[in-house]
Write a protein that binds this ligand. Structure first.
Ligand code: HEC
Ligand code: HEC
Length: 357
């Protein structure tokens, strides 16, 4: 209950900041947070100038995110694949829940702290949240809307949709650009910054990490940053972490970041995912190949394969590439990763399906 109250104040406060009054200052050590609960060092929830967050815009975006009527068969919403309890990821390697039932080419990632994200998709193929939704909406194996005008006509004939669009953006009924903006607004409110780790960082009374968890934290800062660094636990950049030695060519999806930039050095690189809520977002990597965090850590210490674009951070010749980790260090890392679970984020009703009309 307390967590839900805190969560509510996150969104209320963050919207307030986005709409005008100056940003809340970081609480110093030993003080409970007074303003919005954002990752430490982040004082406002950013949004582009032409799409400021408004409570009505966020509410519309949330309604759209959970609306199966956006898909061609009326059964698939964004939330079909992006499940709140899984940190908005999906618990299978490759989703088959789209309108065609065919497996997607990549694993469904978490949606966490995207307000601060750089490139989106595993290869950075989408530049911003406003344009991204066009991809799942039109993809034949996701929501299958070959004709977006037909979708907008259907929404325009739905009184509830008209009412919600007009509440958010004024008279004129549903439009595609407002649909895309509202979805982006809602996704910017998917802020996770209230895990046990965060409370410890903020020095909140009664918040602490065990010796083992703190050792795991030190290890992340030492061996997993800069890639999984910062309070967001991602550098928003693209790296090859030694999963494969053979990649696609040209614009094949298995080429990774190189598919987008067409540069040889980007072959096999993928976006660094955040470690926040990682204990709840299995399976892992761009193809969901690892079912557990234990398997991920075994990959880092023993399973890496070499290739020309393997990140220099993993090279330790003459030893094979990887991250050296003892059994005890592995245990400490697993303990620390668990402290990044944010129950309020995973269960907040504010981020779940909206109440009826
Ligand atoms: C059928 C499953 C499915 C549906 C439905 C779906 N997605 Fe996704 N989503 C994915 C997969 C798979 C990816 C990864 C694609 C890639 O990187 O190539 C993804 C990636 C994303 C990302 C990028 C996240 C990041 O950190 O890079 C965002 C944002 C997103 N989806 C939002 C949405 C929205 C909004 C909708 C509804 C309009 C939606 N998705 C519908 C499966 C789905
Ligand atoms: C050189 C950069 C780099 C370093 C160092 C690094 N990682 Fe990663 N990590 C990545 C990238 C890139 C991916 C995604 C790769 C992919 O899917 O192809 C990833 C994926 C992961 C995932 C899967 C997350 C998910 O949502 O699928 C976990 C967990 C993880 N790393 C943990 C760690 C830990 C723990 C360490 C330190 C022992 C570490 N990483 C070191 C770049 C790095």
């Amino acid at each position: 209950m307390l967590q839900q109250l805190r969560r509510a104040s996150v969104l209320g406060g963050a919207l307030l900041v986005a709409c005008g009054p100056g940003p809340a200052s970081d609480p110093g050590p030993g003080q409970a947070p007074t303003g919005p609960v954002l990752p430490l060092g982040h004082t406002a929830l950013p949004s582009p100038e032409d799409n400021p967050l408004t409570p009505e815009g966020v509410a519309l975006g949330r309604w759209l995110f959970y609306a199966p009527q956006l898909s061609s068969n009326g059964q698939v919403s964004c939330a079909t694949c992006h499940v709140q309890a899984r940190a908005f990821a999906l618990d299978v390697p490759l989703a088959t829940l789209g309108v065609s039932g065919r497996p997607l080419a990549r694993h469904t990632p978490t949606l966490i702290n995207l307000a601060w994200a750089g490139g989106l998709f595993w290869d950075g193929g989408a530049k911003n949240l406003e344009s991204l939704s066009l991809a799942p909406l039109t993809h034949a194996d996701e929501m299958g809307q070959a004709d977006l005008q037909a979708l907008m006509d259907r929404l325009a004939a739905t009184p509830e949709a008209v009412r919600r669009f007009e509440a958010a953006f004024g008279p004129g009924g549903p439009s595609l650009s407002h649909l895309l903006r509202a979805l982006a607004q809602f996704q910017r409110t998917l802020v996770s910054a209230d895990s046990r780790y965060d409370r410890w960082r903020r020095g909140e009374p009664g918040a602490g990490l065990s010796t083992l968890e703190r050792a795991g934290h030190d290890l992340v800062r030492e061996r997993c940053a800069p890639c999984h660094g910062s309070e967001l636990f991602t550098d928003q950049a693209f790296h090859n972490n030694g999963l494969d030695a053979v990649f696609g060519t040209g614009e094949q999806v298995t080429r990774g970041r190189g598919r987008v930039t067409l540069r040889a050095e980007d072959t096999g690189r993928y976006k660094t995912p955040t470690l926040r809520n990682v204990a709840r977002s299995a399976p892992y990597m761009h193809d969901g190949r690892f079912p557990t965090l234990d398997a991920v850590l075994e990959h880092y210490r023993h399973g890496m394969v070499d290739s020309p674009t393997l990140d220099g951070a993993f090279r330790r010749a003459p030893a094979p590439p990887g991250v050296p980790l003892t059994d005890l260090e592995k245990t400490a890392l697993l303990a620390f990763l668990d402290t990044l679970t944010d129950e309020a984020f995973l269960t907040s009703p504010d981020l779940g399906p909206p109440p009826g009309p």
